[in-house]
Write a protein that binds this ligand. Structure first.
Ligand code: NDP
Ligand code: MG
Length: 384
């Protein structure tokens, strides 16, 4: 029985993970979980899965849970997340949203726990610290993001020296068929309407700006230790090919399938085994008939170009890119700024940033919070 600690249990990845756990209750047990504020959903999960440890975002919600479930150890706040990952479990599935996932990930690594990582922001901000720490501690960092899981799956059995490059596919998100001039004044509702995947709000907006693909490029650089010159992005509107690799002799290996996050989640939980997926979605190549590939238009999607740039600059630049995006997307979701302002804000934050010397994890965490404060001020002053 593998004991699972799940960060972000009430979210989109959290929900799919719970489905996998429930469908394989002979293999997995949910012992620890965190959520933010969605107490109704969290209570349903607590009643279905009986975890021993729970962490929640606020002290008030923690009190409510303690009164209702005295048998559970309840933690709260960012410190609560960090306490939760120090409990007794075998595998951490980190599906919290945003760079708040960074410290608990580092703690779990230091404790030698294997980690299935959906929380890409953590790798983007601190991949230079996370990857060596994971290597040193001998822990597995198993990708959950569908593109990275695809690459990880096809890399099984491939010699590192045989790999030429990797190619990440991009659906283009909810506005892929709009010109830039048509993006003026688009609504939150339209932006949340992703053509292929059902996901949390933040990542759905990130898909529309293609910041998500940019974060994925940086995530891939760290997870697979591949140079930015050896990472390609290709538009592929059907999201059938989840990503691919090219070997030195030109042979390409791809992973294909339905758009169902339960497949990469389950593989991260059962790695290195593939087991049947309960209620597998119907998927037929013959019914698909045609799939499309196209070059990325970097003028249409400037955030992807900027992500390659900040990735190559390295240091704290990816952290600034990420923090500015997190705050800008939250403001867009609250209708405080326009869709195109997200790009403006990220460009300004990255453009103003001056690299610091002797970067450490502590300095990165400071830069992350400093960037958030700056961007919040720009938004309240309408100055970006
Ligand atoms: P959701 O917004 O659906 O869920 C986020 C989860 O994190 C919720 O449980 C939420 O709690 C919790 N949470 C948010 N902020 C905080 C906080 N400050 N402190 C504690 N908990 C918090 O996101 P997704 O499931 O879509 O995404 C999660 C991660 O997985 C992201 O990093 C995303 O990039 C990545 N990912 C997601 C994919 C998808 O298909 N959804 C695909 C690939 C990667 P609550 O709702 O209770 O407030
Ligand atoms: Mg993805």
């Amino acid at each position: 029985m593998k004991k699972i600690c799940l960060l972000g249990a009430t979210g989109s990845i959290g929900t799919s993970t719970l489905d996998v756990i429930k469908n394989n209750s002979d293999k997995f047990q949910l012992v620890a979980m965190s959520f933010g504020k969605n107490i109704e959903k969290a209570q349903k999960i607590i009643e279905d899965f009986s975890p021993k440890y729970v962490s929640v975002q606020t002290e008030e919600l923690a009190e409510t849970l303690k009164n209702k479930y005295p048998q559970i150890d309840v933690f709260y706040g960012n410190e609560g997340l960090n306490q939760l990952v120090q409990t007794d479990y075998n595998l951490l599935l980190n599906a919290v949203m945003g760079s708040v996932g960074l410290i608990p990930t580092m703690t779990a690594i230091e404790l030698g726990r294997d980690i299935a990582i959906a929380n890409k922001e953590t790798l983007v901000v601190a991949g230079d610290f996370i990857m060596p720490a994971a290597k040193k501690a001998g822990v597995n960092l198993l990708p959950v993001d569908s593109e990275h899981s695809a690459i990880f799956q096809v890399l099984q059995g491939v010699k590192e020296t045989d790999l030429r490059d990797i190619t990440i596919t991009a659906s283009g998100g909810s506005f892929r068929d709009k010109k830039r001039s048509e993006l003026v004044g688009v609504s939150v509702g339209d932006a949340l309407n992703h053509p292929n995947w059902s996901m949390g709000a933040k990542i759905t907006i990130d898909s529309a700006t293609m910041v998500n693909k940019g974060l994925e490029v940086i995530e891939a650089h760290h997870l697979f230790q591949v140079d930015y010159d050896d990472i390609n992005v290709i538009m592929h509107r059907e999201s059938v090919v989840h990503s691919l690799i090219t070997l030195k002799d030109g042979a390409m290996y791809a992973e294909l399938g339905a758009s169902d996050m339960r497949q990469p989640i389950q593989f991260a939980l059962t790695y290195p085994d593939h087991i049947p997926l309960v209620n597998e979605k119907e998927f037929s190549l013959a019914k698909l008939a045609t799939i499309h590939f196209e070059e990325v238009n970097y003028e249409r999607f400037p955030m992807l170009a900027l992500a390659f740039k900040v990735g190559r600059l390295g240091g704290s630049f990816p952290a600034v890119f990420n923090a500015a995006n997190e705050v800008a997307v939250a403001a867009f979701l609250q209708e405080k700024i326009e869709f195109l302002d997200i790009e403006k804000i990220i460009e300004k934050a990255v453009g103003n940033h001056v690299e610091v010397n002797d970067l450490s994890l502590e300095k990165l965490i400071f830069i992350d919070s400093e960037t958030r404060n700056k961007v919040e001020n720009w938004i309240s002053d309408k100055n970006f």
